[in-house]
Each structure stands twice: as C-alpha cells, then as structure tokens.
Design a protein around this ligand. Sequence first.
Ligand code: ADP
Length: 576
Amino acid sequence: MLSLFLLTAALVLSTVYYSVSFSAQDRLEESAKNYLTRLVGSLDAVLARHSYLPVLLAEEPVIQDFLQKKPTALSTEALNMYLERINKIAGTLDIYLMLANGDTVAASNWAKEQSFIGKNFAFRPYFQQAIQGQLGRYYAVGTTSNERGYYFAYPISDEEDRSLGVITVKVNVAEIEALWQSAPIKFLVTDSEGIIFLASDSEWLFKTIKPLPELRRQAIRDVKRYLEKPLMPLEDFRLVALNPSYQQAWLKNQSYLLAERNMETAGWQVYVLLDWKEITSPAATALAVAAVLWLLTSLLVLLLWKNQSQRRRYKQAAMEALESKVEERTRELRLAQEGLVQATKMAALGQLSAAINHELNNPLGAIRAYADNANQFLERGYPEIAKANLQEISALTERMATITRQLKIFSRKSSGSISDCHLQVALDSAFLIVRPKLAQTKVILHDQRAADIEWVKADLVWLEQILVNLLSNAIDAAAAQSEGQVWLTTQRIADKVSIQVRDNGAGIQEEDKPHLFEPFFTTKALGKGLGLGLSISYRLAKDMQGELLAENAPEGGAIFSLLLPFVETSLETQHD
Ligand code: ADP
C-alpha cells in the first residue's frame, strides 16, 4: 500500500517536474536562438558596414597618384590628413596605406604617439591575402595599438596591374561588447581555433574553449595575433550536448544553456549562454506546488478512507449487535413458545383429567352399587341375580379399561413420527376429552364420521390435539347460541381425508380471517383463551403433510377442515 503510494507520488511528481522543465527548456532554447540571431546580426552589420571601404579607397585617384608618385600627388602630410578625415567619417579605428613590401607610408593615426607610419606589416595575413589580389580579412590585437580589431585590406595596382601597395581599414568590433553589456545573457565569440576574442565577461578574453596544441599556440603567439597572451584554456568549462543545436555548459560551477552559430566569412564562432536556472527554477516551483497538492490530496483521501472504514466498522458492530440481539430474542421466543406448547398441553391435560374424573366416577359408582347388590343377592340366596350383577360389573370395568386405554394413548409422548394412524381411535379419544366441556353446555355434538375411513398418515398425539382444539373452539362458538350444535364429518377427497368440524356459532369475522392462525390471536375473554390452539394446530397439520383450513358455512357458523394423507390399508393391520 505504502510502496504503491510512493510509486504513484514519484511518477506524478517526476512527470510534473520533467514536463515543466521540458517546456521551460523549449522556451529558453527559443530565447537563445533569438539572442544568437541578433548578436550575429549586429556583428555582421559592423563588418559589412566597413568591408567596402578599402575597395573604394583602392580606386581613389588620391591614393593611386600618391603611390605612382605623380606630379599631382598629394604630399604625405596631406594624405595622412586625408586618411584621418575618412577614418573619422567612417568611424573606423585606423586606415593606413602600405607599399608592396609592407612598409606603412601613410596612416590616419599619423599624429599619434603609436603611429603606424614606418611600421612593416608584411607578416600580417591580411596583407598577404591582399597582395595576392583578394580582400584580406583578419582579426587580431593590434601590435602597435594593442586594440582588438578586424582588418580589411585591399590591393592597389596600376593600369598594368602591377602591385603598388595595400590599403587597410581596421574596424572596432569590441564596441559590440559594450552594446550587449546590458542584455540578460552572456556571450562569447571565438576564432576558428576556439580562442575567445569577444566576450561579455572580460576575464574570458584570449582563453581557449577548444583543445589547442602547444605548437599551434606557439605559432599564433609568433605571429602576434593576440600579442603575447598565453592563450590558456577557459577554466572550469565543460560542455554536454543536449541536441544538435544546443548544449549545456558549466562555467565556474554555473550552468548555462549554450547555443552557437558559425559566421563563415569572418571565420568566427558565436556563442550565447543563458542561465540554466531559467529551466530549473520553474520546474522546482512546479515540483514544490505539485508535492504540496499531492500531499493535501493524499491527506484528504486518507481522511475520507479512514472515515469510511470507521463507518464501516461501526456499521459492522451495529449489525453484529443487532444479529446477536435477534438471536437472543429468537432463543427467548423459542423458549417462550416451548413453554406455551407445554401450557396448552397442560390445559389439555386439565380437560382430560376432568374427563377422566367424569368418565371413571360414574362406572365406579355403578360398580360399587352392583357389587353391593350382588353381595346382598348372594346372602339372600339369589345367585342368578348376583351373577347378572357381576356381569354388569365386568362390562363396566371393560368400559373403564377403554377409557384408560384412551388416556394412555393421549399421554403418550409424541415422537413426531408420522405413521399410519387409526382415525377412529383419535376421534374417540378427542370426543372423550371434550365430553365434560359439552356436558357444561347445551351444545349437541353430531358425530357423522364415515365408518369406512380408518387410516390416515399422522402422529396420533398431534392428531388428537388438533381435533380437541377444533372441537373445543366449535363448542365455544356454538355455546353462545340458544340451540348450539356441532357437526363432525369425515370424507375422502382423492388421496386425502378431510375431517370437518362445523358449528352454528357466529362464524369467523371477516377482519379476523388473516390472523386466525397467528399465535396469541384470540377474541375470547381474558383467561378463556390463549390464542394458541389454532396456530399450534396449523403447524402440526403442516408437519404431517396436511392442511388446516377455515371458512364460514353458507348457513352460518364456521367450518374448520383438517386434510391428511389417506392410507388405503395400514401396514400395521397387515402385520396383525
Ligand atoms: P383460543 O381458542 O384460545 O382463542 P385459538 O387459536 O384456538 O385460540 O382460536 C383463535 C381465535 O379463532 C378464537 O379466539 C376465535 O376468535 C377464532 N375461532 C376459532 N374457532 C372458531 C369457531 N369455530 N368459530 C368462530 N371463531 C373461531
């Protein structure tokens, strides 16, 4: 995570840095190109302005006549003054006339202490070029004047093309330095051998920026081109090529963008140097801004993410708390439900014990009476009558045995195992249980069960419980009527058996219908009903693959139908 963050940061920041510095470099290169063009332009202009002058002077009759010593020729003094005047008008450094052997015979600086008159310049390359018939060009420091100058020299010949001499004009190019001093750039101009002779910084002058062999250095010193200057390499100067037109230069630990151009006719190389900080400063500023923005953004993202994850944690904790609460409530509910099931069972047991009480007390009373009578009849010597009484007693005990058998069936704990179940037996024991309740009311129970439907798939205890609930509810409903009646019918419908309990009570209220099978739904008075009978019956019916339905009878009253799977012939009977 952290390394991914750092990697992205490095990528973004370096992209910002490099794109800003590339565009700054482009701008600086463009600006270098402009400065270079202007500088070369002004150098060219200085040279071009004076290059024609010796050519023109060479044609001048004044000079021609003087060299041919014509009678009309001016005196040397007059010629000197003439050259001085032209030198002043043209704005050149010096103009001087040499004979074909190199001796200076007239010069504009005739009146100065360091006049050229009498000096021989035959060794100067410009003289040699001119004497061979060309326009001599040369850059050098004047041996007499000590001034840097550009020399233009042109031959003078008579009509027969005999060489008479050479006229030379020395031009001041160093004034360019002063003109460019205020420009926000540095520059230097070298000759073809890399020796700096014009520079924005005077300490660079006469240093070399190209390797110069010692022999060559000595040869240049010998011709006094730059007088006695040692021509040492420029200190701490280093170049790295950026592309074909630009280089990066280090000079005294300062970095520059360097652009160069060649001035072919002059044989010069012109360089402009622009401060490299113009590239690095905006890039560094952009980098700092980007870094701050990046940090702020990251901080914001981190805060948002933290907030989000905290909220997620809270949500999770709340959900877990809710889940455990739901679980706890479910457990409590299950416990409560189990308790209630037990309660209804106990209620049923209460009803059952009342039934037993009623059913067993009557035959017991009768047995006692028959036994007493039999006793008396035996004492009186009527054994026949006593026997009849004893048979009655036997029949009554048989009836009591039936009742206890029913009780045994009911008390049996349900295994929840659904198997073949005798419907008649279940109905009998249900009737037995509700009998005392019936006895307390005037309700008449019509047992209209079909005798041929014997077996259903059910759990006997559950089935009895449902039947007792339905009958009990029906008796309650019918009891409210003056002639309350309950009908029990059984009927086979396809592979099901329908056991219907109908009453002539008030029926089910429309608004109660959706809630009938809900636990604790009751319309009965407090203490009369728990509202669990139908909900438990419904669930038990479902558990036995059966169904429990409720509707109102067209003739009034309610009908509850319990549907259970029909069993043709029980396996139990087959085994009997
Ligand atoms: P309880 O009998 O304890 O009220 P039940 O679940 O057995 O609980 O019955 C729920 C409700 O269904 C009764 O309160 C009653 O309103 C209605 N009900 C049940 N059987 C009948 C019926 N035969 N006729 C009319 N309403 C009935």
